[in-house]
Ligand binder design. Structure first.
Ligand code: UDP
Length: 242
């Protein structure tokens, strides 16, 4: 898994989308046109013959660390954050089904009325049967992020690559929205991304990817069509791999 295969050889992939990506132009929650656009791009990837897993964040509803400043303690805040990711997963799964693609939500915490609990064998079976698997509730533990959950699931599911859809089209030397001299890396090692604090993902997530040789491709989920392009080996992105 340590070498990034050419995109035509990606058989199973894990897509991470932040909750914020679902907001579109709204300040909170889910924008229907954005939900529909991202879902149809996922459908295009499924129709190209890949097995697709999906981890969605919850930042469009809330982040536990922000709530921890109030009367809600960090653990309670993170539990609420995990529930926010379940809401997003339920929304994307429903939209995928409406577009004619089978999808199933598997949660790291028990929410039995809404979805099944994540098990490795269950997830493998769903993917092999052609369903998009939405891994909800992150790792199921507070003090983690959905980035770490995405790396964990990608490694567990033996995905060929983790595709991280962000607000910018790759990893930059500095924040391109603040520093006009910032330049984009075509490729950067896990260790370099970690030691230079390049903001690809949180440190726990990158370290887990590094230790398990998981390649990550960072691209902009904001750009219409960027996801299917990345899967065709086109467009702009940064490869994070050693
Ligand atoms: N969260 C958690 N454990 C996990 C994943 C997520 O406690 O394994 C909580 C945490 O409060 C986090 C929130 O869920 O702030 C939403 O996830 P995240 O911030 O990763 O979402 P994103 O920024 O990708 O939208």
């Amino acid at each position: 898994m340590s070498e990034l295969k050419p995109p035509s050889e990606w058989r199973r992939l894990l897509l991470k989308v932040s909750g914020e990506a679902l907001m579109g132009d709204s300040a909170f929650g889910i924008s229907q046109p954005t939900l529909q656009r991202i879902s149809s791009e996922i459908v295009a990837v499924v129709n190209s013959g890949r097995e697709v897993g999906l981890v969605i964040g919850g930042g469009n509803f809330l982040r536990g660390a922000n709530l921890a400043l109030t009367a809600v303690d960090r653990v309670a805040g993170d539990q609420m954050g995990m529930l926010a990711t379940v809401m997003n997963a339920v929304a994307v799964a429903a939209q995928l089904r409406a577009l004619g693609t089978e999808a199933v939500v598997l949660s790291a915490i028990d929410v039995p009325v809404i979805c099944d609990r994540f098990t490795h064998r269950g997830a493998i079976q769903h993917m092999a049967e052609g369903r998009v698997v939405l891994f909800a509730a992150g790792t199921g533990h507070p003090f983690f992020t959905t980035d770490t959950a995405a790396v964990l699931r990608a490694v567990e599911m033996e995905c060929d690559v983790l595709l991280k859809g962000t607000q910018v089209d790759g990893v930059y030397t500095a924040d391109p929205n603040r520093d006009p001299t910032a330049t984009r890396y075509d490729r950067v090692g896990h260790q370099e991304a970690l030691s230079k604090n390049l903001g690809v993902m949180d440190a726990a997530a990158i370290a887990l990817a590094r230790d398990n040789g998981l390649p990550i491709v960072v691209f902009s989920i904001q750009d219409t069509g960027a996801l299917p392009k990345v899967v065709r080996g086109e467009g702009t992105s940064t490869i994070v791999a050693d």
